[in-house]
Ligand binder design. Sequence first.
Ligand SMILES: [Zn+2]
Length: 350
Amino acid sequence: MEKRATTTRAVVLRLDDLSLPPRRLTVPSRLPVSHLLRALPQPLLESSSFYLTADGRPLLLSAPVASLPPSGSVQLRLRALRGGGGDGGATGAESRDCYLSMYLAKKPDKADPNEARLSRFTCCALSGEPLAAPAVADRLGNLFNKEALVEALLHKRLPKALSHIRGLKDMIPIHLHPKPDADAAGEEVRFQCPVTGLDFNGKYQFLALRKCGHVLSVKALKEVKTSACLVCHKEFDEADKMPLNGTEDEVAALRLRMEEERGKVKEKKEKKVGNGLSGSKHAAAAVMAGGAEKLENGKKGEAPSLKRFKAGDHAPAYANKEVYASIFTSSKKSDFKETYSCRSLPLGRN
Ligand SMILES: [Zn+2]
C-alpha cells in the first residue's frame, strides 16, 4: 500500500502592508502558496493588487508550500500605494491575473482538510485572534471580535479592503454556540451548531439569522422546516439568513444586497428631507389658515369645503381685505414676486 502521510509546514503570513497582524498557519506542504490566502477575508483580496514574497523574493502563487525558505515567513505586499492608483504601480491585468491564478489553484485541493479555511471560522478576520463573544459579522458574512472591529473603526484603522464596514449598523451581532469542553481541552474549534452539533470549522455551511444573531448550520435549517429561530424562536424571513464565510457567489449576493439596502436608505433619507421641506411649508400654510379660521370662528360654517385657501375670505373683521390678502403673495395672481427672503409660489402650487 502507498504511504500518504501529509507533511505540513508552519508558515507565518505577514500582512504589514494591510496593517494587520500576521497569521500563523499550518499548511500541507504539497499545496500551492496561493492556499495561504484563503486565511484572509475575500473582500480583502478582491480590492487590492498584491503579491507574495519570501526573504524579499517574489513568490509564484503556484509554487508548493514545501518550496518556501526555512524561515517559513511569507510577506503579502500590495502593488500599488494604498489609496493610490494610476501611479503605474499596478495594472488591472496584473490584479486580475493574481485573482484568477489564486482561484484556479484552489480547485485540486477541494476535499483537503483546510487549515486556512478553518482559521476564518475560528479567528477574527481583522485581528487574527480567536473568535470570542461578543462577536459580530459584517454584511458580507466575515467574522470579527466586536472589540477589535470597533477599535479599528474608531481610530480609522480599518484596512481599505474592509471599507464596506462604515459603522455600528454594519456589524451584525452574532451568537456562536460554544462547543462543550472545547476550551478546557484547548481545541481550536470552539463553536458548533446548537441543533446538529456540527463543528464550526469551515467544513460545513453556517449562517447567522440577522434578526436575533443566532448561528446555525445550514443543515439544521434544512432538516427542521421552520420560520422561527431554532434557538430563541424569533420569527425570521428567508432574507434574514446570512451565510457566514460563504462561497464567492454568496458573498457577491450579500454585497449586492448591502448596496441595494444602502441605496434604499439613501433614497429614504432624501425623500424625508424633501417631505420635511414641503411639509413645513404646508404646516405654515395650515397655521395661517388655522389662525384665520380661529378669528373667523363664527363664519366657519360658510366655507365647509376649504378647497383653495383664499386669504381674503379669512381676513379678520377689522382688516382691509385686500391688504390682508396681500400678505399671501398668491392673492394677486398677475405678479408673483420673489424677494431676498421669500420664494414666492402661489399657494396650492407648491
Ligand atoms: Zn435566535
